[in-house]
Write a protein that binds this ligand. Structure first.
Ligand code: SF4
Length: 368
């Protein structure tokens, strides 16, 4: 199939991506300056060529909430900011399993166990570490789900144990570009984040690492973040959009990104990461109108974080399935069997969806 968008810059880049070439920073910057329509067409063309035509859904559980010693400026769970969220210690294996079963019923293929910590520590909190491992085993044994984890900074030993326990993807977002990162986080560095990703990868886990858009970063920062992720080597690229949390520094700077910028960024990310799932995650519901939610999927996105986020309620899985269909795409059914019509019917009443959610209420856009 020949793809043409009638935009010379986009067509040239698209042709090179389809021929297997990796685009660079110069390409990314030139692309992001192009109009949204040809970019969206190109993003979709890349997805059609490199993907399997499906939208993959993952779901997460906030297994330990709040009181994190770090100071990430967007995060409701930092102890440095007065955000009024519910805080709790590690939920324990049974409650994690409960959340996983709900995710499985809702059509998720992947389930991520997330804790609010700089890093789960085998040495400093051995009981909690064992509970995390027990949770991983329980979900792996009792659900048809790929088990992922987002446990913060890892040592080599911890990474090796998690890989041996069957963790498929390790999530650790880089949040933004290397240059802008210090404007967002003061208590650890961009290099710290990269080091953990490299440690997880060296242990054999695939990487899920992405960004939060709309934190006051420039378009150049958006491209630079994607280039940094090229160097790291990821297979899932979550794109959060800031959902400003009252009490956090980023609440002052939020809301600076338009729908067009979100769609263009998603398309450029797909061109820069043709073989990774570009995954729409936190904040899409508050930054995009209901009739705009399918647009990033039409621009090359091929993954969703469905259900609730860490401290914010997301859309119901039924609503997400409708958005996937509106974009003319199919949900991924590879890992477990589920019936999309049953899920949509179950979540037909939005009041029901909110009573089925877990305790992850509050307002925060990103996983750890
Ligand atoms: S993003 Fe993660 S490390 Fe940063 S404050 Fe929130 S929970 Fe802590």
């Amino acid at each position: 199939m020949v793809y043409e968008t009638n935009n010379e810059t986009v067509d040239d880049a698209l042709e090179r991506v389809l021929a297997g070439e990796r685009l660079d920073r110069t390409d990314g910057l030139a692309l992001l300056a192009q109009p949204v329509e040809p970019l969206a067409e190109a993003g979709a063309a890349v997805r059609d060529r490199f993907g399997d035509g499906t939208v993959d859904a993952c779901s997460i559980v906030n297994a330990k909430a709040g009181n994190c010693a770090e100071d990430c400026g967007f995060c409701a769970q930092s102890v440095h900011f007065d955000t009024g969220i519910d805080t709790y210690d590690f939920l324990g294996p049974e409650k994690v399993l409960e959340a996983a079963k709900r995710a499985e019923r809702d059509g998720a293929q992947r389930f991520g166990i997330v804790v609010a910590e700089k890093g789960v520590s085998k040495e400093n909190r051995p009981e909690e570490w064992e509970e995390v491992l027990e949770s991983v085993r329980l979900v792996r044994d009792e659900c048809d789900l790929e088990v992922d984890a987002s446990l913060g900074i890892l040592t080599e030993e911890e990474a090796a144990i998690l890989a041996a326990e069957g963790i498929n993807h390790y999530n650790h977002n880089i949040e933004t570009s290397p240059n802008y990162f210090p404007e967002v986080v003061g208590s650890h560095s961009f290099a710290d984040r990269v080091k953990t990703l490299e440690t997880a990868k060296a242990a054999g886990m695939d990487l899920c690492a992405g960004v939060i858009l709309g934190m006051g970063e420039s378009p150049t920062d958006r491209v630079d973040a994607a280039i940094a992720l090229q160097d790291i080597g990821i297979s899932s690229l979550p794109v959060n959009v800031l959902n400003p949390v009252a009490g956090t520094p980023m609440a002052e700077r939020g809301g600076n990104i338009t729908t067009e910028e979100i769609v263009k960024t998603v398309a450029v990310y797909k061109l820069l990461h043709p073989e990774s799932r570009v995954r729409l995650t936190g904040g899409r519901e508050v930054n995009l109108d209901p009739d705009e939610q399918h647009l990033p999927l039409e621009a090359g996105a091929d993954g969703l974080l469905t259900g609730d986020y860490l401290t914010t309620e997301g859309q119901s899985p039924g609503e997400d399935l409708e958005i996937v269909e509106r974009a003319g795409l199919e949900p991924n059914r590879e890992t477990n069997e589920f019936d999309p019509e049953e899920v949509k019917a179950r979540y037909g009443d939005s009041a029901e969806s909110s009573t089925e959610t877990t305790a992850n209420t509050g307002a925060e856009p990103s996983d750890d």
